[in-house]
Design a protein around this ligand. Structure first.
Ligand SMILES: Cc1cc2nc3c(=O)[nH]c(=O)nc-3n(C[C@H](O)[C@H](O)[C@H](O)COP(=O)(O)OP(=O)(O)OC[C@H]3O[C@@H](n4cnc5c(N)ncnc54)[C@H](O)[C@@H]3O)c2cc1C
Length: 471
């Protein structure tokens, strides 16, 4: 067998990349993992993916699916494997406005789907900093979260159906457009969040929502995280649950953003420790139709709530965006997070989930952990506070791997004691495998192994990812 010739027969010679031509697929976004794939293949459609998997299965070739390659957990590391890029499968097959669904291929870039929906007066509400590169296949495979989970849920909740190519090349059609379909096990949910270890997602049916006619966006400084959560609940009551994003940036994040991002401006005149980005969005005319003076009722509502809280001292400052440019500036501060946080220093990065009311406790107790373990360590974070997901990073004084792992274990202990999870939205990939081995219920891991070996008995689908190594 000549592998590249055989692959070329399936996808065409120009769509089999080797050597230097694979460069854009070899480095992950975090620059932590550099891959040396046997080849990168770029199928045009599901039939070609199926033929590739039939071939890989017959010849025991490991395969790694790659979509936008923006994953933060090393899931696309592909040394010794054939990487299958979804980038040519980028058709938005259909947007059905009445049914509020889109039928898409796995390689559709998130921001392209946003643009196509907007043209129809609809939104696909999943949004995150990597939206210009991340693709539907990768977003589904990591069950991505992002900034609007507080209102719309994670990717899993936004998906009705998927099409999957199995390890042996069979195509499984789960492209239902139904909101209810209790016909046996929920196989769709099994493949969502499986990070390419169970099958290749080639298409999806996703839910759409009416495009908000008004947004009200603000930066708010709060005296404490507890008061910030009071603000969230007050706003949910005042607006009838219209909060779309509720994001926390501590003072040192804002400072680092100003230092690292060209053109960045401070959110307030004074420095604050608890900086919240809040956005509410509405579709109803009563919230969106301008008043006689040109003001928007939704914006008035936000301003009123903030004014009351400023008055009674439960917030310290607030700046409400007055136009789309100001709104974009507020969002950009948050969306620059990966560049601000992953700054090359030896670090322990986390992606933890907590019950929202335990988030303040996490930070209080984390300060004690650091005081005991590494008093000189620096830390920062950015958090989807509205859903309790914290990207907490600590920069230890000792860069040694074992010392960093000790830090991680202490963070995991604390998270567990507060009823949280070590993995919220980025997936396990390679980087969270040690945490998976330590923290996931062993019975759950046994069940996952059984599913993996039933669906991929030759272990050719993204081998070595997600599941802990066996002794
Ligand atoms: C700046 C920045 C901001 C981010 N913000 C967020 C955030 O707020 N919330 C969040 O959840 N994530 C965030 N991420 C992480 C990342 O964007 C998400 O994990 C995203 O879902 C990855 O999509 P992708 O297309 O890049 O997937 P990739 O990185 O290409 O792949 C991710 C995983 O899915 C597998 N995979 C890819 N395509 C398929 C397929 N078709 N079938 C089966 N398996 C497949 C891969 O093998 C890999 O294991 C951020 C990343 C960056 C760089």
């Amino acid at each position: 067998m000549n592998l590249t010739d055989d692959l070329a027969k399936i996808v065409g010679p120009t769509n089999v990349l080797t050597g230097a031509d694979t460069a854009r697929f070899t480095q992950d976004w975090t620059q932590q993992y550099t891959s040396d794939p046997i080849a990168v293949v770029r199928p045009a459609n599901t039939q070609e993916v199926s033929a590739l998997m039939t071939y890989a299965h017959a010849n025991d070739i490991a395969v790694v699916p790659v979509s936008g390659n923006t994953g933060l957990a090393g899931g696309t590391y592909s040394t010794g494997a054939v990487a299958i890029s979804m980038d040519r499968m980028n058709a938005i097959r259909e947007i059905r406005t009445d049914a509020r669904i889109a039928v898409v291929e796995a390689g559709v870039v998130l921001s392209n789907l946003h643009d196509a929906c907007e043209a129809e007066g609809l939104v696909f509400p999943l949004t995150l900093g990597a939206k210009g590169s991340a693709m539907i296949g990768g977003l589904l495979s990591t069950n991505a979260g992002g900034s609007n989970v507080v209102r719309y849920g994670s990717t899993r909740g936004l998906c009705l159906g998927i099409e999957v190519v199995l390890a042996d090349g069979r195509i499984m059609d789960l492209m239902t457009e139904l909101h209810k379909d209790n016909s046996g096990y929920d196989l769709c949910d099994l493949f969502i969040g499986a990070e390419g270890t169970l099958g290749l997602i080639t298409g999806a049916v996703v839910k759409l929502f009416p495009k908000p006619a008004a947004y009200a966006t603000a930066m708010v400084a709060a005296p404490s995280l507890r008061e910030a959560l009071v603000l969230l609940n007050k706003l949910q009551i005042a607006t009838g649950g219209l909060v779309e994003a509720f994001e926390f940036m501590p003072g040192n994040y804002v400072k680092a953003h100003l230092e690292k991002i060209e053109g960045a401006r401070p959110p307030f005149e004074d420095h604050h420790e608890i900086n919240i980005m809040v956005e509410v969005a509405a579709t109803a005319p009563k919230d969106c139709m301008p008043n006689d003076d040109g003001s928007i009722p939704l914006v008035d509502q936000l301003q009123e709530t903030l004014a009351e809280m400023l008055e009674d001292g439960s917030i310290l400052d607030a700046v409400v965006a007055q136009n789309d440019t100001q709104r974009r500036e507020i969002w950009k501060r948050r969306e620059d997070a990966a560049e601000v946080q992953l700054d090359g220093r030896p670090a322990v990065h986390t992606d933890i989930a907590l019950p929202t009311d335990h988030v303040p406790l996490f930070f209080e107790r984390m300060a004690q952990v650091t005081a005991e373990y590494d008093p000189g360590a620096d830390d920062t974070c950015v958090a989807h506070l509205g859903d309790g997901n914290i990207h907490y990073s600590v920069f230890p004084t000792n860069p040694d791997a074992a010392f960093k792992d000790g830090y991680m274990e202490r963070i995991e202990d604390l998270v567990k004691s507060l009823g949280g999870s070590f993995s919220a939205e980025h997936g396990i990939g390679l980087s969270k495998k040690p945490s998976m081995a330590r923290r996931k219920d062993p019975v759950a891991i046994d069940v996952m192994r059984a599913i993996k070996s039933a669906l991929d008995p030759k272990n050719i689908l993204n081998p070595g990812k997600v599941l802990p190594d066996q002794a």
